[in-house]
Design a protein around this ligand. Sequence first.
Ligand code: SAH
Ligand code: SF4
Length: 364
Amino acid sequence: MNTSKKINLLGLTQRELEEFFIDIGEPKYRAVQTLKWIHKHGCLDFDQMSDLSEALRKKLHNIASLKPPLIHHQMKSKDGTIKYLIQIESGSIVEMVRIPSDNRQTLCISSQAGCALQCSFCATGAQGFEVNLSASEIIGQLWLASFHDEKLPPITNIVFMGMGEPLLNIKPVLNSVDLMLNTNAYCISKRKITLSTSGIAPEIESLPDKTDVSLALSLHAPNNKLRDELVPINKKYPLEMLMESCKKYLSYFGKRKSITIEYIMINDVNDSYDHAVQLSNLLKQLKCKINLIPFNSFEGNSYQQSSLENINVFKDYLIKNGFVTTVRITRGDEVDGACGQLSGQLLNAIKSKKSSNIELKNIT
Ligand code: SAH
Ligand code: SF4
């Protein structure tokens, strides 16, 4: 039997699994049974799925597989943050990060290997686009985080802030979100799942028809001239268009939703008092909260992080003007809180090492 022809059931939603079982002459309820085995118990072996008949298990062996991506490497920090390098089927490596805090375990996952959008401050952008992740490779990251080490607590929050632009790989992303929400799978609340986008306006506008999980917008600049430079997709979807699509998105949900605005603080680039004034004026029209992210430097990039003083002045201005504004803290000296920051060069260095645990201290 050629294994490459087998269908990987890991990324199928409940509905797709039901269709699969009906197609092979089985009752629909097999889908829920299988779903629970895979995503609640972490079982990838059809033989252990004891409520399936022996004949069905044999059939599944012949036509289906359950294959998560591979953990190529993991790096632990002192405060418990774990960065994983995940190898997908094409051979590309993507990044996943588990970030523990008092009452939550946040998983930052990737939707693409590399990214085509070339934001000037982003290591993933500098790497270029490699490939879209399949649904099994996206949900496979949550599967790995949930089951590869039974000593780790369950994941409570998901952010699509690893590598790639999730709204440019929307179908597999939505399939994974469906499984994250499903009570027969991970049963994570919609408020605890966040899609982060650089601003694909038409996709934002049509998102309410597809999902009601949380949305974060990577804005980073308050005017088109600067945003064209930092987030080049702005040339295609300029701020006027982007704000319109966000307003339409929000109007669909009435008062129930707001958008999180992400704004990287880069020294002398987008962090002046005047930028804060422009940002406040721009965002007046949107129900949002603002998250200021100190820029994380990486090799080959000349930007620098804003000073704490500038960040505070910027933050205070926004707060004074009525915006809920937070600053993303870097926890512990050695831990880089943001995702997607491993440059290609670093990935190569890690790939060539044999040891499976590298202290983050050595690499950030
Ligand atoms: N493509 C999506 C999601 C992945 S990027 C997006 O752009 O939103 C996830 C977050 O990491 C974004 O807010 C992005 O701006 C931020 N990020 C990228 N490079 C960074 C850097 N060098 N320092 C700090 N944050 C960074
Ligand atoms: Fe892509 Fe997001 Fe990085 Fe921009 S910030 S290059 S959209 S991953």
